[in-house]
Design a binder for this molecule. Structure first.
Ligand code: P53
Length: 478
Protein backbone atom coordinates (compact mmCIF):
# COMPACT_ATOMS: atom_id res chain seq x y z
CA UNK A 1 0.00 0.00 0.00
CA UNK A 2 1.28 3.47 -0.74
CA UNK A 3 0.22 7.07 -1.02
CA UNK A 4 0.47 8.75 -4.44
CA UNK A 5 3.87 10.36 -5.06
CA UNK A 6 2.38 13.86 -5.27
CA UNK A 7 0.25 13.45 -2.13
CA UNK A 8 -0.08 16.77 -0.28
CA UNK A 9 0.71 16.32 3.42
CA UNK A 10 0.30 19.30 5.69
CA UNK A 11 -1.67 21.15 8.32
CA UNK A 12 -4.42 23.73 8.63
CA UNK A 13 -5.37 26.85 10.58
CA UNK A 14 -7.87 29.70 10.22
CA UNK A 15 -7.24 33.42 10.67
CA UNK A 16 -9.87 34.08 13.34
CA UNK A 17 -8.43 31.27 15.48
CA UNK A 18 -4.71 31.84 14.91
CA UNK A 19 -3.81 35.21 13.46
CA UNK A 20 -4.71 37.85 16.05
CA UNK A 21 -3.44 41.38 15.40
CA UNK A 22 -7.11 42.30 15.08
CA UNK A 23 -6.55 46.07 15.17
CA UNK A 24 -3.08 46.15 13.62
CA UNK A 25 -1.94 46.98 10.10
CA UNK A 26 -5.14 48.82 9.26
CA UNK A 27 -7.39 45.78 9.81
CA UNK A 28 -11.08 46.33 10.57
CA UNK A 29 -13.16 44.21 12.97
CA UNK A 30 -14.91 41.04 11.77
CA UNK A 31 -17.92 39.19 13.14
CA UNK A 32 -15.53 36.72 14.84
CA UNK A 33 -14.06 39.57 16.86
CA UNK A 34 -17.45 39.88 18.55
CA UNK A 35 -17.51 36.31 19.87
CA UNK A 36 -16.61 35.70 23.54
CA UNK A 37 -14.86 32.66 24.99
CA UNK A 38 -16.89 29.72 26.37
CA UNK A 39 -16.33 26.15 27.53
CA UNK A 40 -17.83 22.64 27.16
CA UNK A 41 -20.84 23.75 29.12
CA UNK A 42 -20.97 27.52 28.62
CA UNK A 43 -21.74 28.56 25.05
CA UNK A 44 -19.77 31.32 23.34
CA UNK A 45 -21.75 34.52 22.83
CA UNK A 46 -21.89 37.03 20.01
CA UNK A 47 -22.11 40.54 21.48
CA UNK A 48 -22.85 43.59 19.35
CA UNK A 49 -20.86 45.82 21.73
CA UNK A 50 -17.28 44.92 22.61
CA UNK A 51 -17.00 45.28 26.38
CA UNK A 52 -14.01 45.14 28.73
CA UNK A 53 -15.56 42.50 30.96
CA UNK A 54 -15.69 40.00 28.09
CA UNK A 55 -12.73 38.15 26.60
CA UNK A 56 -12.70 37.91 22.79
CA UNK A 57 -10.15 35.21 21.86
CA UNK A 58 -9.78 36.18 18.18
CA UNK A 59 -8.23 39.56 19.04
CA UNK A 60 -4.90 38.05 19.93
CA UNK A 61 -5.50 34.37 19.10
CA UNK A 62 -2.01 32.80 19.06
CA UNK A 63 -0.59 35.90 17.37
CA UNK A 64 0.54 34.27 14.15
CA UNK A 65 0.38 37.84 12.87
CA UNK A 66 3.83 38.37 14.33
CA UNK A 67 5.01 34.72 14.70
CA UNK A 68 4.30 33.50 11.16
CA UNK A 69 7.92 33.14 10.06
CA UNK A 70 8.80 31.02 13.06
CA UNK A 71 5.61 28.95 12.67
CA UNK A 72 6.07 28.31 8.95
CA UNK A 73 9.69 27.31 9.62
CA UNK A 74 8.40 24.70 12.09
CA UNK A 75 5.87 23.43 9.52
CA UNK A 76 8.77 23.15 7.08
CA UNK A 77 10.79 21.20 9.62
CA UNK A 78 7.96 18.64 9.68
CA UNK A 79 8.17 18.52 5.88
CA UNK A 80 4.77 20.06 5.06
CA UNK A 81 4.00 20.11 1.33
CA UNK A 82 0.92 22.25 1.92
CA UNK A 83 -0.29 24.72 4.53
CA UNK A 84 -4.00 25.54 4.68
CA UNK A 85 -4.78 28.98 6.12
CA UNK A 86 -7.52 31.54 5.74
CA UNK A 87 -7.46 35.21 4.86
CA UNK A 88 -9.10 37.68 7.15
CA UNK A 89 -11.30 39.62 4.73
CA UNK A 90 -11.35 42.68 7.00
CA UNK A 91 -7.54 42.87 6.89
CA UNK A 92 -7.85 43.56 3.16
CA UNK A 93 -11.14 45.46 3.27
CA UNK A 94 -11.53 46.88 6.81
CA UNK A 95 -15.16 47.88 6.23
CA UNK A 96 -15.86 45.44 3.42
CA UNK A 97 -17.26 48.09 1.10
CA UNK A 98 -14.09 49.97 0.09
CA UNK A 99 -13.24 49.93 -3.59
CA UNK A 100 -9.49 49.56 -2.99
CA UNK A 101 -7.83 47.17 -0.55
CA UNK A 102 -5.73 48.09 2.49
CA UNK A 103 -2.17 47.91 1.10
CA UNK A 104 -0.65 46.84 4.39
CA UNK A 105 -2.99 43.86 4.52
CA UNK A 106 -2.18 42.87 0.94
CA UNK A 107 1.55 43.02 1.72
CA UNK A 108 1.11 41.04 4.92
CA UNK A 109 -0.37 38.00 3.16
CA UNK A 110 2.14 38.33 0.31
CA UNK A 111 4.87 38.00 2.89
CA UNK A 112 3.16 34.94 4.45
CA UNK A 113 2.89 33.22 1.04
CA UNK A 114 6.49 34.11 0.16
CA UNK A 115 7.59 32.56 3.42
CA UNK A 116 5.71 29.36 2.47
CA UNK A 117 7.30 29.30 -0.99
CA UNK A 118 10.74 29.82 0.51
CA UNK A 119 10.18 26.52 2.34
CA UNK A 120 8.58 24.77 -0.66
CA UNK A 121 5.20 24.77 1.02
CA UNK A 122 2.16 25.18 -1.21
CA UNK A 123 -0.39 27.53 0.37
CA UNK A 124 -4.02 26.37 0.34
CA UNK A 125 -6.15 29.42 0.99
CA UNK A 126 -9.63 29.43 2.50
CA UNK A 127 -11.18 32.62 1.22
CA UNK A 128 -13.96 32.67 3.80
CA UNK A 129 -13.60 30.87 7.15
CA UNK A 130 -16.52 32.00 9.36
CA UNK A 131 -15.35 35.60 9.05
CA UNK A 132 -16.72 38.71 7.34
CA UNK A 133 -16.09 42.44 7.91
CA UNK A 134 -18.28 43.49 10.84
CA UNK A 135 -19.37 46.66 9.09
CA UNK A 136 -21.17 44.56 6.47
CA UNK A 137 -23.21 42.94 9.27
CA UNK A 138 -24.23 46.31 10.61
CA UNK A 139 -24.96 47.95 7.30
CA UNK A 140 -26.42 45.25 5.04
CA UNK A 141 -26.94 42.21 7.30
CA UNK A 142 -24.04 40.26 5.79
CA UNK A 143 -25.12 37.27 3.63
CA UNK A 144 -28.79 38.16 4.08
CA UNK A 145 -28.09 40.70 1.39
CA UNK A 146 -27.37 40.00 -2.24
CA UNK A 147 -25.10 43.02 -2.22
CA UNK A 148 -22.64 40.92 -0.21
CA UNK A 149 -21.77 39.02 -3.40
CA UNK A 150 -20.28 42.11 -5.07
CA UNK A 151 -18.17 42.94 -2.01
CA UNK A 152 -17.00 39.34 -1.87
CA UNK A 153 -16.06 39.21 -5.55
CA UNK A 154 -14.11 42.48 -5.27
CA UNK A 155 -12.19 40.84 -2.43
CA UNK A 156 -11.64 37.66 -4.48
CA UNK A 157 -10.38 39.65 -7.44
CA UNK A 158 -7.69 41.18 -5.23
CA UNK A 159 -6.69 37.71 -3.99
CA UNK A 160 -6.53 36.12 -7.44
CA UNK A 161 -4.57 38.98 -9.01
CA UNK A 162 -2.22 39.96 -6.16
CA UNK A 163 -1.26 36.36 -5.34
CA UNK A 164 -1.40 34.94 -8.86
CA UNK A 165 2.21 33.74 -8.73
CA UNK A 166 2.06 32.51 -5.15
CA UNK A 167 -1.23 30.63 -4.67
CA UNK A 168 -3.02 28.11 -6.89
CA UNK A 169 -5.10 26.11 -4.36
CA UNK A 170 -8.20 27.88 -3.03
CA UNK A 171 -11.33 27.00 -1.07
CA UNK A 172 -14.35 29.28 -1.22
CA UNK A 173 -16.43 28.86 1.99
CA UNK A 174 -15.40 26.83 5.03
CA UNK A 175 -18.02 24.26 6.08
CA UNK A 176 -20.70 25.90 3.96
CA UNK A 177 -23.14 23.09 4.79
CA UNK A 178 -23.52 24.40 8.38
CA UNK A 179 -25.98 26.75 6.69
CA UNK A 180 -28.46 23.87 6.48
CA UNK A 181 -28.73 23.98 10.28
CA UNK A 182 -29.95 26.92 12.42
CA UNK A 183 -26.47 27.22 13.99
CA UNK A 184 -24.86 27.93 10.62
CA UNK A 185 -26.70 31.21 10.34
CA UNK A 186 -24.87 32.45 13.45
CA UNK A 187 -21.53 31.09 12.25
CA UNK A 188 -21.64 32.40 8.68
CA UNK A 189 -24.37 34.96 8.21
CA UNK A 190 -26.14 36.36 11.25
CA UNK A 191 -27.58 39.74 12.04
CA UNK A 192 -25.89 42.10 14.52
CA UNK A 193 -27.80 41.09 17.66
CA UNK A 194 -26.60 39.27 20.79
CA UNK A 195 -26.97 35.50 20.80
CA UNK A 196 -25.47 32.25 22.05
CA UNK A 197 -23.34 30.20 19.66
CA UNK A 198 -24.96 26.80 20.18
CA UNK A 199 -24.85 23.93 17.75
CA UNK A 200 -28.59 23.34 17.97
CA UNK A 201 -29.37 27.04 17.50
CA UNK A 202 -32.63 28.74 18.40
CA UNK A 203 -35.74 26.55 18.16
CA UNK A 204 -37.90 29.20 16.52
CA UNK A 205 -35.25 30.14 13.96
CA UNK A 206 -36.61 30.88 10.46
CA UNK A 207 -34.69 28.57 8.11
CA UNK A 208 -35.67 30.66 5.07
CA UNK A 209 -33.01 33.11 6.31
CA UNK A 210 -30.39 30.36 6.11
CA UNK A 211 -31.32 29.25 2.62
CA UNK A 212 -31.46 32.80 1.27
CA UNK A 213 -28.02 33.53 2.71
CA UNK A 214 -26.75 30.15 1.51
CA UNK A 215 -28.02 30.89 -1.99
CA UNK A 216 -26.04 34.14 -1.96
CA UNK A 217 -22.97 32.22 -0.80
CA UNK A 218 -23.45 29.64 -3.59
CA UNK A 219 -23.61 32.42 -6.18
CA UNK A 220 -20.57 34.08 -4.61
CA UNK A 221 -18.70 30.78 -4.73
CA UNK A 222 -19.60 30.14 -8.38
CA UNK A 223 -18.60 33.65 -9.41
CA UNK A 224 -15.33 33.23 -7.53
CA UNK A 225 -14.62 29.93 -9.31
CA UNK A 226 -15.33 31.51 -12.71
CA UNK A 227 -13.20 34.59 -11.95
CA UNK A 228 -10.38 32.55 -10.44
CA UNK A 229 -10.16 30.40 -13.56
CA UNK A 230 -10.23 33.48 -15.80
CA UNK A 231 -7.40 35.18 -13.92
CA UNK A 232 -5.28 32.05 -13.72
CA UNK A 233 -6.32 28.88 -15.56
CA UNK A 234 -3.90 26.99 -13.30
CA UNK A 235 -6.03 27.77 -10.24
CA UNK A 236 -7.62 24.80 -8.49
CA UNK A 237 -10.64 25.94 -6.57
CA UNK A 238 -12.50 23.66 -4.22
CA UNK A 239 -15.56 23.64 -2.00
CA UNK A 240 -15.34 22.82 1.70
CA UNK A 241 -17.96 20.94 3.69
CA UNK A 242 -18.15 19.71 7.25
CA UNK A 243 -17.89 15.94 6.88
CA UNK A 244 -20.76 15.12 9.18
CA UNK A 245 -21.44 11.38 9.24
CA UNK A 246 -24.46 9.83 10.95
CA UNK A 247 -25.33 6.18 11.34
CA UNK A 248 -28.80 4.81 12.06
CA UNK A 249 -28.81 4.08 15.80
CA UNK A 250 -30.82 0.89 15.14
CA UNK A 251 -31.63 -1.16 12.05
CA UNK A 252 -35.27 -0.10 12.30
CA UNK A 253 -36.16 1.16 8.81
CA UNK A 254 -37.45 4.39 10.41
CA UNK A 255 -33.95 5.11 11.68
CA UNK A 256 -32.36 4.22 8.35
CA UNK A 257 -34.68 6.56 6.47
CA UNK A 258 -34.23 9.33 9.03
CA UNK A 259 -30.46 9.10 8.66
CA UNK A 260 -30.59 9.03 4.88
CA UNK A 261 -32.90 12.04 4.71
CA UNK A 262 -30.67 14.01 7.08
CA UNK A 263 -27.61 13.20 4.98
CA UNK A 264 -29.25 14.46 1.82
CA UNK A 265 -29.89 17.91 3.30
CA UNK A 266 -26.70 18.07 5.38
CA UNK A 267 -24.25 16.89 2.72
CA UNK A 268 -25.63 16.29 -0.75
CA UNK A 269 -27.48 19.60 -1.06
CA UNK A 270 -24.27 21.67 -0.85
CA UNK A 271 -22.18 19.02 -2.59
CA UNK A 272 -24.59 18.88 -5.53
CA UNK A 273 -24.72 22.65 -5.99
CA UNK A 274 -20.93 22.98 -5.80
CA UNK A 275 -20.00 19.94 -7.88
CA UNK A 276 -22.96 19.32 -10.19
CA UNK A 277 -23.97 22.97 -10.41
CA UNK A 278 -27.62 22.49 -9.53
CA UNK A 279 -30.04 22.22 -6.65
CA UNK A 280 -31.04 18.56 -6.26
CA UNK A 281 -34.70 17.59 -6.73
CA UNK A 282 -35.06 16.42 -3.11
CA UNK A 283 -34.10 19.90 -1.87
CA UNK A 284 -36.78 21.57 -3.98
CA UNK A 285 -39.36 19.18 -2.49
CA UNK A 286 -38.03 19.78 1.00
CA UNK A 287 -38.27 23.55 0.61
CA UNK A 288 -41.91 23.24 -0.54
CA UNK A 289 -42.81 20.91 2.32
CA UNK A 290 -41.07 22.95 5.01
CA UNK A 291 -42.41 26.27 3.71
CA UNK A 292 -38.91 27.57 3.02
CA UNK A 293 -38.88 30.45 0.59
CA UNK A 294 -36.02 32.42 -0.87
CA UNK A 295 -35.42 34.27 -4.08
CA UNK A 296 -33.38 32.97 -6.97
CA UNK A 297 -32.80 35.61 -9.64
CA UNK A 298 -32.67 35.21 -13.40
CA UNK A 299 -29.30 33.93 -14.47
CA UNK A 300 -28.49 32.38 -11.07
CA UNK A 301 -29.03 28.78 -12.15
CA UNK A 302 -26.73 29.33 -15.15
CA UNK A 303 -24.08 30.78 -12.84
CA UNK A 304 -24.25 27.75 -10.55
CA UNK A 305 -23.80 25.50 -13.56
CA UNK A 306 -20.82 27.48 -14.87
CA UNK A 307 -18.97 27.85 -11.56
CA UNK A 308 -18.51 24.25 -10.42
CA UNK A 309 -15.50 23.36 -8.30
CA UNK A 310 -12.32 21.49 -9.24
CA UNK A 311 -12.15 19.38 -6.10
CA UNK A 312 -14.17 18.56 -2.97
CA UNK A 313 -12.60 19.24 0.40
CA UNK A 314 -13.99 18.50 3.84
CA UNK A 315 -13.35 18.37 7.57
CA UNK A 316 -13.69 15.11 9.43
CA UNK A 317 -13.56 14.59 13.20
CA UNK A 318 -16.20 12.20 14.43
CA UNK A 319 -19.52 10.49 13.78
CA UNK A 320 -22.79 10.17 15.65
CA UNK A 321 -26.11 8.35 15.37
CA UNK A 322 -29.71 9.14 14.64
CA UNK A 323 -32.94 7.52 15.78
CA UNK A 324 -36.66 8.18 15.90
CA UNK A 325 -36.58 6.71 19.40
CA UNK A 326 -36.11 9.62 21.85
CA UNK A 327 -34.66 7.39 24.56
CA UNK A 328 -31.10 7.22 23.26
CA UNK A 329 -28.49 9.56 24.79
CA UNK A 330 -26.93 12.48 22.92
CA UNK A 331 -23.19 13.09 22.52
CA UNK A 332 -23.39 15.95 25.05
CA UNK A 333 -21.62 19.29 25.40
CA UNK A 334 -22.71 22.60 23.91
CA UNK A 335 -22.00 21.26 20.44
CA UNK A 336 -24.01 18.02 20.81
CA UNK A 337 -24.18 16.74 17.27
CA UNK A 338 -26.30 13.61 17.54
CA UNK A 339 -26.72 10.40 19.51
CA UNK A 340 -24.03 8.35 21.21
CA UNK A 341 -22.68 5.29 19.46
CA UNK A 342 -22.11 2.45 21.98
CA UNK A 343 -19.19 1.13 19.89
CA UNK A 344 -17.13 4.33 19.99
CA UNK A 345 -15.07 6.28 22.54
CA UNK A 346 -15.36 10.06 22.80
CA UNK A 347 -12.98 12.86 23.79
CA UNK A 348 -13.68 15.25 26.68
CA UNK A 349 -15.88 17.39 24.42
CA UNK A 350 -18.07 14.43 23.44
CA UNK A 351 -16.62 14.06 19.92
CA UNK A 352 -16.70 10.33 19.16
CA UNK A 353 -13.61 8.85 17.55
CA UNK A 354 -14.32 6.81 14.43
CA UNK A 355 -11.50 6.28 11.89
CA UNK A 356 -13.64 3.98 9.73
CA UNK A 357 -16.23 6.73 9.41
CA UNK A 358 -13.64 8.61 7.36
CA UNK A 359 -13.42 5.72 4.88
CA UNK A 360 -17.21 5.51 4.79
CA UNK A 361 -17.51 9.24 4.04
CA UNK A 362 -14.85 9.24 1.31
CA UNK A 363 -16.49 6.30 -0.45
CA UNK A 364 -19.87 7.96 -0.24
CA UNK A 365 -18.65 11.31 -1.60
CA UNK A 366 -16.31 9.95 -4.25
CA UNK A 367 -19.00 7.53 -5.37
CA UNK A 368 -21.40 10.42 -5.93
CA UNK A 369 -19.07 13.04 -7.43
CA UNK A 370 -16.01 11.34 -8.92
CA UNK A 371 -13.77 14.38 -8.48
CA UNK A 372 -10.57 14.61 -6.40
CA UNK A 373 -11.08 14.78 -2.63
CA UNK A 374 -8.96 16.55 -0.05
CA UNK A 375 -9.21 16.17 3.73
CA UNK A 376 -8.53 19.69 4.95
CA UNK A 377 -9.30 19.16 8.64
CA UNK A 378 -8.91 16.16 10.91
CA UNK A 379 -7.52 15.87 14.39
CA UNK A 380 -8.09 15.39 18.08
CA UNK A 381 -8.91 18.16 20.51
CA UNK A 382 -7.29 17.31 23.83
CA UNK A 383 -6.41 19.03 27.09
CA UNK A 384 -2.67 18.34 26.79
CA UNK A 385 -0.29 18.18 29.76
CA UNK A 386 2.79 20.33 29.16
CA UNK A 387 5.86 18.91 30.93
CA UNK A 388 9.62 19.06 30.31
CA UNK A 389 8.98 21.68 27.59
CA UNK A 390 6.91 19.22 25.54
CA UNK A 391 3.71 17.16 25.41
CA UNK A 392 3.74 13.36 25.27
CA UNK A 393 0.67 13.07 23.06
CA UNK A 394 0.57 9.39 22.15
CA UNK A 395 -3.28 9.63 22.15
CA UNK A 396 -3.04 12.18 19.30
CA UNK A 397 -0.56 10.02 17.39
CA UNK A 398 -2.91 7.06 17.83
CA UNK A 399 -5.90 9.08 16.53
CA UNK A 400 -4.02 10.36 13.49
CA UNK A 401 -2.41 7.00 12.69
CA UNK A 402 -5.79 5.26 12.61
CA UNK A 403 -7.29 7.93 10.34
CA UNK A 404 -4.32 7.87 7.96
CA UNK A 405 -4.62 4.06 7.78
CA UNK A 406 -8.21 4.50 6.61
CA UNK A 407 -7.05 6.99 3.97
CA UNK A 408 -4.61 4.39 2.70
CA UNK A 409 -7.40 1.81 2.48
CA UNK A 410 -9.72 4.27 0.72
CA UNK A 411 -7.06 5.04 -1.87
CA UNK A 412 -5.64 1.57 -2.41
CA UNK A 413 -8.59 -0.75 -1.82
CA UNK A 414 -11.54 1.46 -2.68
CA UNK A 415 -9.99 3.50 -5.50
CA UNK A 416 -10.81 6.91 -4.03
CA UNK A 417 -8.88 9.83 -5.59
CA UNK A 418 -7.61 11.50 -2.42
CA UNK A 419 -5.03 14.21 -3.15
CA UNK A 420 -4.12 15.65 0.22
CA UNK A 421 -4.45 15.83 3.97
CA UNK A 422 -4.09 18.90 6.19
CA UNK A 423 -4.32 18.04 9.86
CA UNK A 424 -6.44 20.59 11.76
CA UNK A 425 -4.81 23.01 14.14
CA UNK A 426 -1.28 21.88 13.30
CA UNK A 427 -0.25 24.52 15.82
CA UNK A 428 -2.47 24.92 18.93
CA UNK A 429 -5.11 27.57 18.34
CA UNK A 430 -8.41 28.88 19.69
CA UNK A 431 -11.30 26.41 19.44
CA UNK A 432 -14.05 27.56 17.07
CA UNK A 433 -16.76 25.79 19.03
CA UNK A 434 -15.85 26.79 22.58
CA UNK A 435 -13.29 29.60 22.27
CA UNK A 436 -11.00 27.68 24.63
CA UNK A 437 -7.27 27.31 24.22
CA UNK A 438 -7.13 24.07 26.18
CA UNK A 439 -8.94 22.15 23.43
CA UNK A 440 -5.62 21.66 21.68
CA UNK A 441 -5.02 19.95 18.33
CA UNK A 442 -1.43 20.87 17.49
CA UNK A 443 1.85 19.19 16.68
CA UNK A 444 3.17 22.41 18.21
CA UNK A 445 2.29 23.49 21.74
CA UNK A 446 1.62 27.20 22.31
CA UNK A 447 2.14 28.53 25.82
CA UNK A 448 -1.14 30.36 26.29
CA UNK A 449 -4.21 29.72 28.46
CA UNK A 450 -7.95 30.16 27.96
CA UNK A 451 -7.78 33.84 28.83
CA UNK A 452 -4.82 34.65 26.60
CA UNK A 453 -2.13 34.60 29.31
CA UNK A 454 1.23 33.00 28.59
CA UNK A 455 4.52 33.58 26.81
CA UNK A 456 3.13 32.46 23.40
CA UNK A 457 6.31 30.40 23.03
CA UNK A 458 6.09 27.42 20.67
CA UNK A 459 7.28 23.86 21.54
CA UNK A 460 7.19 20.69 19.39
CA UNK A 461 5.13 17.84 20.89
CA UNK A 462 5.95 14.14 20.42
CA UNK A 463 3.47 14.09 17.51
CA UNK A 464 5.62 16.70 15.73
CA UNK A 465 8.43 14.18 15.24
CA UNK A 466 5.99 11.37 14.48
CA UNK A 467 4.30 13.38 11.69
CA UNK A 468 7.69 14.44 10.33
CA UNK A 469 8.48 10.76 9.79
CA UNK A 470 5.03 10.06 8.30
CA UNK A 471 5.68 12.73 5.67
CA UNK A 472 9.30 11.67 5.10
CA UNK A 473 8.15 8.09 4.38
CA UNK A 474 5.08 9.28 2.41
CA UNK A 475 2.76 7.50 4.83
CA UNK A 476 4.65 4.21 4.85
CA UNK A 477 5.68 4.45 8.50
CA UNK A 478 2.77 5.23 10.75
P1 P53 B 1 -13.37 23.11 17.46
C1 P53 B 1 -18.32 21.94 14.87
C2 P53 B 1 -18.39 20.68 14.32
C3 P53 B 1 -17.53 20.30 13.31
C4 P53 B 1 -16.59 21.19 12.84
O1 P53 B 1 -13.65 22.53 16.01
C5 P53 B 1 -16.52 22.45 13.36
C6 P53 B 1 -17.39 22.84 14.37
C7 P53 B 1 -17.32 24.20 14.97
O2 P53 B 1 -16.76 24.08 16.21
O3 P53 B 1 -15.67 23.38 12.88
C8 P53 B 1 -14.47 23.04 12.24
O4 P53 B 1 -12.41 24.23 17.28
C9 P53 B 1 -13.93 24.36 11.77
C10 P53 B 1 -12.71 24.82 12.50
C11 P53 B 1 -12.73 24.28 13.91
C12 P53 B 1 -12.66 22.77 13.84
O5 P53 B 1 -13.75 22.24 13.11
O6 P53 B 1 -14.69 23.55 17.96
O7 P53 B 1 -13.74 24.46 10.38
O8 P53 B 1 -12.65 26.21 12.42
O9 P53 B 1 -11.73 24.78 14.73
C13 P53 B 1 -12.61 22.08 15.19
O10 P53 B 1 -12.79 21.98 18.25
Amino acid sequence: MAFPKEFLWGGATAANQAEGGWDQGGRGPSNSDHVTNGSHTVPRRFTTELTDDNYYPSHQAIDMYTHYKEDIAMFAEMGFCVYRMSISWSRLFPNGDELEPNKEGVEYYRSVFEECKKHNIEPLVTINHFENPYNLYETIGSWDSREMIDHFIRYCEVLFTEYKDLVTYWLTFNEINFMTMPFGYNMHAGKPRDYEMKFGGAKDHDMSLNYQALHHMFIASSKAVILGHEINPENKIGCMLAGMVSYPRTCHPDDVILTQQAKKMMTYLCGDVHVRGEYPSFAKKYFERAGIEFSIEDGDLELLKAGTVDFYSFSYYSTSCKSENPEFATTGGNLAMGLKNPHLEANEWGWQIDPQGLRYYMNDIYGRYQIPLMIVENGLGFNDVFEDETVHDDYRIDYLRKHIEQMDIAINEDGVDLIGYTMWGCIDLVSAGTGEMKKRYGFIYVDMDDLGNGSLKRYPKDSFYWYKNVIATNGQEL
